[in-house]
Design a protein around this ligand. Sequence first.
Ligand code: SF4
Length: 263
Amino acid sequence: MKEPRTLAGPGPLPDERGVLFLLVRRGIPLALAVISFSAATLHGAARGWWILAGVGALAAAWPSFLRGQAFLRNRTAIMRQDTLWANALLPLARWLGQEEAWILAFCGYNNLRVREAFLAQRAKRALILLPHCIQMSRCKAGILDDLQACYDCGLCPVGDYMNAALLNRWEGRITNRSHKAYREAREYRPDLVVAVSCTDRLLKGLTKMPELPCYVIPLSLAHGMCVDTDFNAPHLFSAMETLVEPRRLPARDIQKLRRDGIA
Ligand code: SF4
């Protein structure tokens, strides 16, 4: 019998692990720019071409320096370029046995910039996206149609999320298909998405929705892909409390939601 979960309260957002991606994303074009401009000074015959290559390399590095509002304004173009880098180097990372570390570095770098942008001015219209596989596989509660069908039995993260979402009036969707999640996000038109998924779906989501700022949180797959997955719920709560304007109801308007029952 699975024990009910105990949940730590939300603390500060954890440090993001984006240094590896930043080193590659900014370091390679800057190194190419240095090589090109050095070659331009040494080889007079093809100087024009070398200078052109150097300028191109600087232009490729430039988006990695944009932060805050400049990042949000140019987000679609920046994310298209960043995801190009992430996807281009994925086969190499896979060959080195570092695929997950590479995707998490990309996600961490993305999160860092989203955090910087929304710490200055918190989001007003945020949307949470969660995968259906966080629901315990033997639970029959119809949470896809109605989140409040969950009995909050404490055996999976859905009850934790439901309580927090109702208390704080967070908007969220639990979906069983990536394309549905993208459609929901585009229809809702949020200024921030906070998404939980496995690492390869996070990369896919950031690639498919470059126009929407997304703070992403990886799933833990203790039982394998798509079965009884879990995630750091306090991390999600911290992200919402830190990056999104509060919408919590006054205490007198809050009804107790926990129901008797088990999954
Ligand atoms: S009833 Fe329990 S197992 Fe089912 S979704 Fe809710 S918390 Fe998870």
